[in-house]
Write a protein that binds this ligand. Structure first.
Ligand SMILES: Cc1cc2nc3c(=O)[nH]c(=O)nc-3n(C[C@H](O)[C@H](O)[C@H](O)COP(=O)(O)O)c2cc1C
Length: 298
């Protein structure tokens, strides 16, 4: 059997398959054997509760979906007290996704999580801060934010990057220089769908984030560009629906993958991909997944 374990800072995952923020939860245990998954990531949690955006919040489009959930969550205090125990009872590493509008909001939310059993953090930097700047778009702000977060936690920190930037290498490097243990990419891509009966946008928030199979080539491109400049592990996300999709990300340079939208289509997809990667390795006499990671020949 091939060695499938990978490391993100101090955290060792038994395999490189992770379920992505906002697309999974303890309820999946009814449909799949979550113990076979490397790790699971919570919906993004903010310091204070958030109501989210006006409905409709999701719509299917060709090859994927748009969502504009708007970070609805009960806030860190309630999440830790009421929801986290159910996540931790799954018996696999739980990574807390944290979002915020200001540096202080991120830091305070992480400080609250620090004494819990979460295994690490994924930092969602795709939301505007008070000055209207998105941390994920501004390399200097991202470097500073990453540094501050690393100052208050001993747990591994993954910075989740937005594709809605002009220079992905600059933000990836900023996260690395700020001390991130890994980066993950991509979050959703800005998108819209028009209702032609009244010529308005279908989503209550007007714009949304595109995800699903249609974004995979874009995600692969961003992982490729990030891998050209980063030394820290990269986690590939975007449009993964099966084992070959996941393998493409590993070959291009990702140390792990996250599965998002496809959990809604096939709640067993994570387990199928974990098994599929193992089969691929044994069929190709790959003893350790590290032989596969970044093995592209270009
Ligand atoms: C309904 C929905 C909710 C999401 N919520 C979050 C979230 O709270 N935080 C976050 O970082 N990403 C969130 N995402 C983005 C996913 O984690 C993932 O980055 C993106 O969907 C691309 O992967 P996919 O094509 O496999 O879905 C959400 C995606 C969807 C579809």
């Amino acid at each position: 059997m091939a060695e499938l374990s990978i490391r993100i800072g101090e955290l060792e995952l038994k395999n490189p398959v992770i379920l992505a923020s906002g697309t999974c939860g303890p309820e999946l245990a009814k449909f799949t054997e979550l113990k076979k998954i490397g790790a699971i990531i919570t919906k993004s949690v903010t310091l204070d509760p958030m109501l989210g955006n006006l409905p409709p919040r999701t719509v299917e489009v060709c090859g994927g979906m748009l969502n504009s959930i708007g970070l609805e969550n009960p806030g860190v205090h309630q999440f830790i007290n009421q929801k986290l125990p159910e996540w931790l009872a799954l018996g696999i590493p739980v990574i807390a996704s944290v979002a915020g509008k200001t540096k202080d909001e991120y830091v305070e939310a992480i400080e609250r999580f620090e004494s819990t059993e979460v295994s690490g953090f994924e930092i969602n930097v795709s939301c505007p801060n008070v000055k209207g700047v998105e941390f994920g778009k501004d390399p200097d702000a991202l470097l500073e934010l990453t540094r501050e977060i690393k100052r208050v936690t001993k747990k591994p920190v993954i910075i989740k990057l937005s594709p809605n930037v002009s220079d992905i290498q600059a933000v990836a490097l900023a996260a690395e220089q700020g001390g991130a243990d890994a980066i993950s990419l991509i979050n959703t891509i800005y998108g819209l769908k028009i209702d032609l009966t009244d010529r308005t946008s279908i989503l209550g928030n007007i714009t949304g984030g595109l995800s699903g199979p249609c974004i995979k080539p874009v995600a692969l491109y961003y992982v490729y560009k990030a891998s050209e400049v980063c030394k820290i592990p990269i986690i590939g996300i975007g449009g993964i629906t099966n084992t070959p999709d996941a393998l493409e990300f590993l070959v291009i340079g990702a140390s792990a993958v996250e599965i998002g939208t496809w959990n809604f289509v096939n709640p067993n997809v994570g387990v199928e991909i974990a098994d599929g990667i193992e089969n691929y390795c044994s069929q190709n006499r790959i003893k350790d997944i590290k032989e596969l990671i970044g093995s592209r020949r270009f």
